[in-house]
Design a protein. Structure first.
Length: 333
């Protein structure tokens, strides 16, 4: 947080929102942040419960197949067509055929699987939460990633997990897929990535989809470069920005000591109305930059605050993926 606040007061054009914890001076309230290894250990102990929760979330989200508008072996009705000579009797729709003087065959839509690459931000700022009432951003990103994978695997999609730096790709499939995915993500937390790390797209299959789950503390120029590189490979990108409510509102009052999570020096400020107004203006500017970049890259940014139900963000993402696939029959820039 201190680095951002210094840029805010110097009126830097590329100010970014808070990435740290705040503690009022003169109190003993602990900083609400966990180092990567400690957070990983806590989540590992709760992994079965996290997976169960992710599965329950997935069940509440509207499910449907990514159908292509042509005949095939899907589940959704496409059309009736006249039966051809030699047509197998099992393919005849006898109810429809009884309405006329010729037999008809019922055809369903074809389904085609797509490859979804999932990336979770692993930088130190993801370990922060403003109070015990909300989870750490990394925990919520993990939950959303698992729930998304649960939906995609049920639909027959190919799911790939990108390493924190995007340099490694792990296939998520088969029995125990969610357990393996959770283990990989939790193990990665033991070695947090450098601040503002973004994945490389060289490992992405053409015509795939890239889903980013992170707190949006990215340099707009670097984020724009990622989106352009993805589009060059005909990969459309979706971003779920996972933020803490305090990062949106800056609710602190009085003299407040802001502790950095990414090697920034502590900073003590008088957190009053003027600071809050300036902060919110800078935060809104950064959000607008990210939103504009995401729209230019093909999808609206999905903002998820950790005090909100995760189902809402997951449903919005699922609708993005389904609409893009149905509209193009495959990925297109």
């Amino acid at each position: 947080m201190p680095a951002f606040l210094r840029r805010l007061f110097s009126r830097a054009a590329d100010a970014r929102p808070a990435a740290g914890a705040a503690t009022p001076t003169g109190t003993s309230r602990p900083v609400s942040a966990q180092e990567g290894p400690a957070l990983a250990q806590a989540l590992a102990a709760r992994m079965p419960a996290l997976i169960l929760t992710a599965q329950k979330i997935a069940l509440t989200v509207q499910q449907g197949s990514h159908a292509r508008r042509r005949a095939g072996t899907g589940e959704n009705f496409w059309q009736y067509r006249p039966a051809q000579p030699g047509e197998a009797a099992s393919r005849i729709d006898w109810r429809q055929s009884a309405r006329g003087d010729r037999p008809f065959v019922r055809e369903n839509e074809a389904q085609s699987s797509q490859t979804i690459f999932i990336w979770c931000d692993n930088s130190p700022s993801m370990g922060w939460h403003s109070s015990a009432a909300v989870p750490a951003k990394a925990e919520r990103a993990l939950l959303l990633a698992l729930a998304l994978a649960a939906i995609l695997l049920r639909q027959g999609e190919r799911v790939r997990l990108l390493g924190a730096d995007g340099g490694t790709v792990a296939a998520i499939s088969g029995k125990g897929a969610l357990e393996r995915m959770a283990t990989l993500l939790i193990d990665a937390m033991r070695h947090p990535s450098p601040p503002a790390t973004l994945p490389h797209v060289g490992q992405l299959a053409r015509n795939g989809r890239l889903v980013l789950l992170g707190d949006g503390l990215y340099d707009p120029a670097a984020f724009s470069g990622l989106l352009r590189a993805a589009l060059a490979r005909q990969v459309r990108t979706s971003l779920i920005e996972v933020i803490d409510p305090a990062e949106r509102d800056l609710p602190y009052a009085g003299r407040t000591r802001f502790m950095g999570l990414e090697d920034e020096a502590p900073l003590t400020l008088s957190a009053g109305g003027d600071l809050r107004a300036a902060y919110r203006t800078a935060f809104a500017r950064h959000q607008q930059q990210l939103s504009d970049l995401c729209r230019a890259g093909g999808n609206a940014m999905i903002v998820h605050t950790t005090d909100e139900p995760p189902e809402r963000a997951l449903l919005a993402l699922h609708m993005q993926l389904a609409a893009a696939h149905q509209g193009s029959g495959g990925a297109r820039a």
